[in-house]
Design a binder for this molecule. Structure first.
Ligand SMILES: [Zn+2]
Length: 134
């Protein structure tokens, strides 16, 4: 039986194990399946099936380089999206501790620590001074 499987997968993308895209699609399919069961959004079931079919197609594909490129593209997009979330989170943290002011002269953004009362801010770029509450 094991021999059969190894022969079956020989030369197919799945013989190299699963990649990130495969695992991501699998998780997405399971989530769709669960949501379709627990909510009135029954159509998600078909999306789950479609994702599983696509996953099987990828694992059984003989065109390994194409599947490899697919996974690389996916990883690039995935990194971009998660990077965006990380950035917003650190931005929120910055906003809690600092005021961001814009220079009235050159529109340079200036970060000022909060809670210092009325202060004179000198723009580091054009040296314009303006008064703000921090
Ligand atoms: Zn300025």
């Amino acid at each position: 039986m094991r021999n059969f499987f190894s022969r079956f997968f020989q030369g197919r993308y799945g013989s190299y194990g699963t990649d990130k895209l495969t695992r991501f699609l699998l998780i997405l399919a399971v989530i769709n399946l669960l949501v379709s069961i627990c909510t009135p959004f029954g159509f998600l079931y078909y999306i789950a099936v479609a994702l599983m079919v696509y996953n099987c197609y990828r694992l059984l594909s003989h065109n390994i380089s194409a599947r490899y490129r697919e996974n690389e593209r996916f990883e690039r997009v995935f990194k971009k999206i998660t990077g965006l979330f990380k950035r917003t989170r650190s931005e929120l943290y910055t906003r809690k501790k600092y005021h961001i002011y814009t220079c009235p002269n050159c529109n340079q953004k200036i970060r000022i620590p909060r809670g210092k009362g009325q202060i004179i801010i000198r723009c580091p770029k054009c040296l314009t001074e303006f008064q703000k509450k921090s």
